[in-house]
Design a binder for this molecule. Sequence first.
Ligand code: TPP
Length: 688
Amino acid sequence: MATSATLVTAIPLPALDEQCVNTLRFLAVDMVQKANSGHPGLPMGSAAMAYALWDRSLKFNPRDPHWTDRDRFILSAGHGCALLYALLHVTGFDLPLEELKMFRQWGSRTPGHPEYGKTPGVEATTGPLGQGLANGVGMAIAEVALGARFNRPGHQIVDHNTYVLVSDGDLEEGISSEAGSIAGHQHLGKLIVLYADNHITIEGSTELTFTEDRMARFAAFGWHVQRVEQSNDVDAVALALKNAQKQKDRPSLIAVRTHIGFGSPHKQDTAAAHGEALGVDEVRLTKEGMNWPVSPSFYIPDEALAHFRGAVARGSATQVEWESRFKAFAQEYPDLASEFQRVIDRRLPADWDSCLPAFVSADGPMATRVASGKVIEILGPCLPEMMGGSADLSPSTHTNIDGTGNFEPEDWAGRNMHFGIRENAMGAILNGMALHSGLIPYGGTFLVFSDYMRPPMRLAAMNALPVIYIFTHDSIGMGEDGPTHQPIEQLVGLRSIPGMVVLRPADANETVAAWRVAIGRKQGPVALVLTRQGLPVLDLKSYPAIMTGVPLGGYILADAPATERPDIILIATGSEVHLALEGRERLATGGVHARVVSMPSTNLFASQSDDYREKILPAGVPLLVIEAGSPVGWQSFVGPRIAVIAVDAFGSSAPGPVVMEHYGFTVENICRQAHHVLDQLKEKASCV
Ligand SMILES: Cc1ncc(C[n+]2csc(CCOP(=O)(O)OP(=O)(O)O)c2C)c(N)n1
């Protein structure tokens, strides 16, 4: 049972603490005022608790923001980023005051919400509420997983906390329950969440929408919960943080009763403080009321700055101390130390792909999900940094690594993760694991349920995170479960996410090649889209182009005779490639020379040179696309001269082959459509 403590100690603060807290508060106020855009309320209310954390607990080195064993801090309530930028500046990160003055302006390192990779010290892109909290769960999972793998008695080389600052909005979002439940279940004691419990959201009081007992909710998830009644009580927050750090086997929530827009005479405790500049007069009144100089703006008292900058020496010393411990570890365990360095640097072992299998025709029919499962089983031992699972579908998604055990509180070295039926949190946890570094995270579900994890996938792509998604049951061909389970618009939806590479392999060997692409891609997510149903295996002897062709996105799988220019090109993806191959043969008997282009990845194909694409799809040759998904998007991939056999409805419940036939995925229809295209062209030509 979680304990609940009420911590109240006396305020006002010691002068220096108060000066530091107000420095943060008014830097944020001035940033928002200068930009005339942004969110002053949360920074004003949360400055003291953020100060307590950054001054008393957080382990970081401003001069080396990427130091491996730093604590992670995520501002899940990303709209309050003026507070984070203020903290980064005053503690000595490479974020000059000029950048704070450029808040939310073109090209600045202080964008409207924190963006990973843009600002030193920002650990995650946040803004979509709830995602940051689940990222924190992913980071805390990465910490214990790497600790279980690399720490040795007397050598705690992985030993850091993950702190997240959340707002009401974060805890209202459903993902907070998904992630909170997983974190409690996994006993993630090094996850500590500070909750800015200010009772205000955009539309007004939380009484409008959010009245459950949040503490009881997280206690029920198995968290240690504490409440601090006075938001400005730095000592009380610091004490609560110390209590939380003692909880080795359960995550902590510290609800701090903050006041949005603290100190603003007309806006404190109102929604008006949330998302707009206070206004010149209100800024003046607020500063006067708190004995702060009205001008200059962006004022930082020397004593406060000197105190904050103590973080630089402190951080360097802590890192140096860790480095000497790491040296001792490396002397005793040289192989383990270099392996640790390898995974942290995201380097793959030499020859990692030499263990990949080659399938032969006799192995078929084989669903691509099954082939993918075999690849995972084989890659598992070669790549110990692979860690993942599925949202309660592993018997269907084939995502387990045999023999490695489950990731669970009793065994954090286990690599098979059970996310439960929580796709949104799964996606965000995978992001957190990737952000932490040291792991290759993957997660699986049915393609249709990728909709439930679209928000974290969008962020993975935005942040170029190497996360791998395994989406099975990839079309109406999955059959009986019917329209609710048959993906239609998901493929084009995923393809349209900038930076996402989608691969829909046609058989077991293309699946191997797709995995090679996925593992090799260090920047950006990859979605593997796989069949439920068995497919023939395309033997590498007959189709030698597969291994070199798949990484290019599209390639010639079977061509017209060498002497002939193709009459038509059949472009197909996934299971439909086999229909295209049969169609080509049938067309040949009627004297039509067809080329079959397998296009497992439109994204990769689009990124090839014009020359390559022209070689595969020469101008003037008509194209017929065959894909059991939405027709939307194909014209932008291959140009206007196409016909498409696709699905423009939600599918139907019946055995897969029956559904496919009814929607036109037959050799007969392919031949009919091909002839139709060719006849139309002839007609056009004769009209000229
Ligand atoms: C998923 C998502 N939905 C909506 C928003 C828009 N939004 C930004 S802040 C916010 C709620 C503000 O309330 P709270 O989280 O309590 O923040 P505070 O008012 O304390 O700043 C909303 C709805 C968002 N950022 N993310």
